[in-house]
Ligand binder design. Sequence first.
Ligand code: SAH
Ligand code: SF4
Ligand code: F3S
Length: 444
Amino acid sequence: MAGQKKLYIKTYGCQMNVYDSERMTEVMARAGYVGTETPEDADMILLNTCHIREKAAEKVYSELGRFRPLKEARPDLKVGVAGCVAQAEGEEIMRRAGLVDLVVGPQSYHRLPEMEALVREGKKALDTDFPAIDKFDALSERPKAKRGPTAFLTVQEGCDKFCAFCVVPYTRGAEASRPAARILAEARDLVERGVREVTLLGQNVNAYHGAGEDGSDWSLARLIGALAEIDGLVRIRYTTSHPNDMQDDLIAAHGACDKLMPYLHLPVQSGSDRILKRMNRGHDAESYIRLIERIRAARPDILMSGDFIVGFPEETEEDFQATLDLIETVGYGYAYSFKYSPRPGTPAAERDQLDEDVKSERLQRLQALLTRQQRAAQDAMIGREVGVLIEKPGRLPGQMVGKSDHLHAVHVTDPDLRPGDLVQVEIVESGSNSLAGRVIAPAT
Ligand code: SAH
Ligand code: SF4
Ligand code: F3S
């Protein structure tokens, strides 16, 4: 369409940033923008950034450098930084990267159209406030265009836990839950647009306690129960959870709600009580293991996933061994593991740090164990019947790819399948990163 400007957004970090990027594209439609996949033809470039580890922030500066020639060739091109690096280092970005016109923190995305108008006048715009209003209330209605079968849906944002290593409480602010009615309305809209699976998002999603439709405070389990009543919505997931917020009703929902998928990401970070204490996690290894036993009692085939940090300040070989032991005890189907990265402004960054070599060596050993477990969990699927929600065509002719109930990628060769089909599949093969299956019951 003539006169339409183009917006290119590059997204880093967690799923919440993916969701936010979608919402930013939508709100910028108000300012006359459509999304583009290529920075070369964009009128505005936005980097939606992550601050969780050191390299994440450094990537932003090098990425900005890559856009310099574009900006020099087309001075009209506007460049903005959004997300958690914007929140943490907004002023510094403006100083350090002259080509940046706009800096917007995660709580101010509703203000993007006004900020865009300012930068069009040649001014700079910076907003990293934590306003009292919910940005989602102020964001535009979501469009009605058709979309793929899976979607993220933010229900809770921010964190009050202050783990000693983590920047999230500073970049995303205090815990806040969206009212249930808004979430349900958004989910119904998504379903009308073709979505069949939603993943509820929050930095501490299981701490959700939003205003319910009846005026009472709803837990995440209550919200999931209400979402499960939406016709056409066939799968519900949620991430990321903290062990201390895993309430009884949520555990019970894993046994009672068919639409709630048998997969749970429940980070523990370390298996050493001494380190967990220094991390300010608020739980020990034993209580975490007992918790998983209760979850598995409710849903025996649940696949557990976790996050681990190695090389946290003062971590000894014995502490590290305790983490390996915990992993052996739990048995993970998926896991994400990181070397501890000191973050400015967090308590652990001030402590004595371990050598990089020690961290690297421990990470290697940890990942070897986790990879073995992941592979074993995948191989154990061979011969089993699982649901697969078809998402898109695969690389081979007639091949489609989707996700199993347990979130494994599954390839199926069947020319009749379409994205959005939910099929019963028998798993016949386990590859390095995906499974292959054969349809045994038709699409529903
Ligand atoms: N809210 C989630 C996780 C948010 S951050 C939770 O509480 O589990 C995602 C993961 O990044 C964390 O689980 C942790 O494993 C890792 N992480 C966070 N800060 C880190 C740091 N400073 N260094 C290395 N890894 C870190
Ligand atoms: Fe960070 Fe801890 Fe909050 Fe998770 S619970 S976001 S790791 S402070
Ligand atoms: Fe990164 Fe912010 Fe998410 S720091 S992990 S983008 S909440």
